[in-house]
Design a protein around this ligand. Structure first.
Ligand SMILES: [Ca+2]
Length: 152
C-alpha cells in the first residue's frame, strides 16, 4: 500500500489554506523539523477519511464554536472528539498528530482558531463540494505518491 510522507501530507493540506508563499515554506520547514525520516507515511485510507473532515469544515467550525468564541485553543483529544461529532468517524491519531505538527505554530500542543480555522480556505466553508471531493481523494493523493516514487 503506497503512502505519502508527513511533508507530502502537509503539501496536500496547504493547498486548501490561504497560507501565502512566504509562510508556506515555514509550514513545510516546521513539519520537516518535527518529523523523523523513518516515519510511517499516510495511507490513502487515512487521507480519504481526512478528506471527509475537510469537506465538513463548516460543521466542524460549528462544533468548536464554544472554544473559538472564548478563544480557547483545542487539545488533540478535543480536536478528535469535535471531528467525531462532525463526521461520525474518529480520525487516526497519526493524522491528528500530523495536523498539529503542521498548524501548531507556537508549539504549545494546542490549536487556536488563528492557527488552524483562520488559515483554512473559506471556499471550503461554502460550496464547491462536488468538485473538491474528487480532488481530495485519488488525484491529489496519487500525484503526491507519483512524485514520491519518481524522486528515486
Ligand atoms: Ca498552538
Amino acid at each position: 500500500m503506497p503512502t505519502i510522507s508527513p511533508v507530502d501530507f502537509a503539501r496536500l493540506i496547504l493547498r486548501y489554506t490561504i497560507v501565502n508563499t512566504d509562510d508556506y515554506y515555514k509550514y513545510i520547514q516546521r513539519v520537516q523539523e518535527r518529523s523523523r525520516s523513518d516515519e510511517k507515511g499516510v495511507s490513502l485510507e487515512q487521507w480519504a477519511k481526512f478528506s471527509i473532515f475537510l469537506n465538513n469544515l463548516e460543521e466542524f467550525t460549528t462544533a468548536v464554536r464554544l472554544y473559538t468564541n472564548a478563544d480557547i485553543p483545542v487539545s488533540p483529544e478535543e480536536f478528535t472528539r469535535a471531528v467525531e461529532s462532525t463526521i461520525g468517524q474518529r480520525l487516526d491519531p497519526v493524522i491528528v498528530n500530523l495536523i498539529f505538527r503542521i498548524f501548531d505554530a507556537n508549539n504549545d500542543g494546542t490549536l487556536s482558531y488563528s492557527e488552524f480555522l483562520a488559515v483554512m480556505n473559506d471556499r471550503l466553508h461554502r460550496g464547491l463540494r462536488g468538485r473538491l471531493e474528487k480532488q481530495y481523494t485519488w488525484k491529489a493523493f496519487k500525484s503526491c505518491v507519483v512524485n514520491e516514487i519518481t524522486r528515486f
